[in-house]
Write a protein that binds this ligand. Structure first.
Ligand SMILES: [Ca+2]
Length: 338
């Protein structure tokens, strides 16, 4: 019987029309998307790693780290700690930018804990990260076509990569980023300042380079990630903790203190992974985005062009809606907490 199934898959794979999708929305094996995750774990980055590892639609080529929620020394160690907790220990991790391009680093221990992983006491990693995140990004994106990059931290590594090797702009499959607050929904206001989202706020010059690069990023911003319908609640921590998988238990451990304190947990970074896995869950809008680099309150603000008389090319695809139930169903299922 199994041999028969294998044969069927073999014949499907050899079909001449690779875009043919026989499983209504589910990826065929040849549709597997090669991804690099660029991140600053970070509680929600940790959940994004776990979701990505358990998404058969994605092949993770490597993870690059950056300073953001905490210093890159910690975000690098945290990436390894999460990978080792959920069986992803063989994925290469490359340490990236220590500080933003121009500004001084701003971190968020008050949100993510002193260790950046919710002070959950996850064991120290048994291996080291490798140096050279930007080198890894550049070499991989130049040697492999159509790789998707999912960036869920400040965009320092990505900006450096695009600046070093402009040809990557046309070779990149897709840049999906968690970042920005665009005012396109009632939730699209800031979290680092009243108008700025944290990732863009930390390194606005890098974000400006990325938004103006012509790669047309797909932005999963606060407009959808802070919609209360998509957040985890107190009871969800127990649901994860009591599930039988290492993935769910690790997630529960990492988010527990945050949820006890705030009463909820927004799934910013996992939603960016979901957008790479299943774009059909999202509605989007093409807009021209300006990034503000100056001002205590306005640094990192992402403003969309709304004046009809201004001729501007859209440079960004912004998510304006996610199906909350479908997204949460995917999240829980893939962590093994159905
Ligand atoms: Ca992050």
């Amino acid at each position: 019987m199994e041999a028969g199934v294998d044969k069927l898959f073999e014949s499907l794979r050899s079909w001449e029309h690779p875009a043919m999708n026989l499983f209504s929305g589910e990826a065929l094996l040849e549709d597997v998307v090669k991804v690099i995750l660029d991140m600053d774990p970070g509680i929600d980055d940790a959940l994004a790693i776990i979701l990505a590892l358990n998404s058969p639609e994605l092949e993770i080529l490597g993870i690059t780290t950056v300073s953001g929620n905490v210093h890159v020394e910690k975000t690098s160690a945290n990436t390894l700690r999460v990978l080792e907790a959920v069986g992803g220990g063989d994925i290469p991790v490359y340490r990236g930018a220590e500080r933003p391009l121009v500004k001084d680093l701003v971190t968020a221990e008050w949100v993510h804990g002193e260790d950046g992983l919710g002070d959950a006491g996850l064991p120290k990693p048994s291996r080291q990260t490798r140096d050279g995140a930007v080198k890894f990004l550049t070499e991989t994106l130049m040697s492999e076509k159509d790789v998707t990059v999912v960036a869920t931290g400040p965009l320092t590594n990505i900006a450096l990569t695009l600046a070093l090797e402009p040809e990557i702009r046309s070779r990149l499959g897709r840049l999906v980023l968690m970042g920005g607050a665009f005012g396109l929904t009632p939730y699209g206001h800031g979290n680092a300042t009243p108008v700025s989202e944290f990732n863009i706020h930390v390194d606005p010059e890098a974000a400006k380079i990325v938004f103006e690069s012509g790669v047309n990023p797909l932005c999963v911003g606060l407009d959808i990630t802070t919609d209360p319908a998509t957040t985890l609640k107190r009871e969800d921590v127990e649901r994860l903790a009591s599930a039988g998988t290492a993935e769910a238990r690790t997630a529960a451990r990492i988010i527990r203190k945050f949820v006890e304190r705030f009463g909820f947990m927004q799934l910013h970074d996992p939603m960016a992974v979901a957008a790479a896995v299943k774009p059909s869950l999202f509605k989007t809008s093409m807009q021209h985005v300006y990034v503000v680099c100056e001002g205590d309150l306005t640094r990192g603000q992402t403003i969309i062009e709304r004046r009809f008389w201004v001729q501007s090319q859209p440079n960004t695809e912004i998510c304006t809606k996610v199906q909350p139930q479908d997204f949460l169903k995917m999240f829980f299922e893939r962590l093994g907490a159905e």
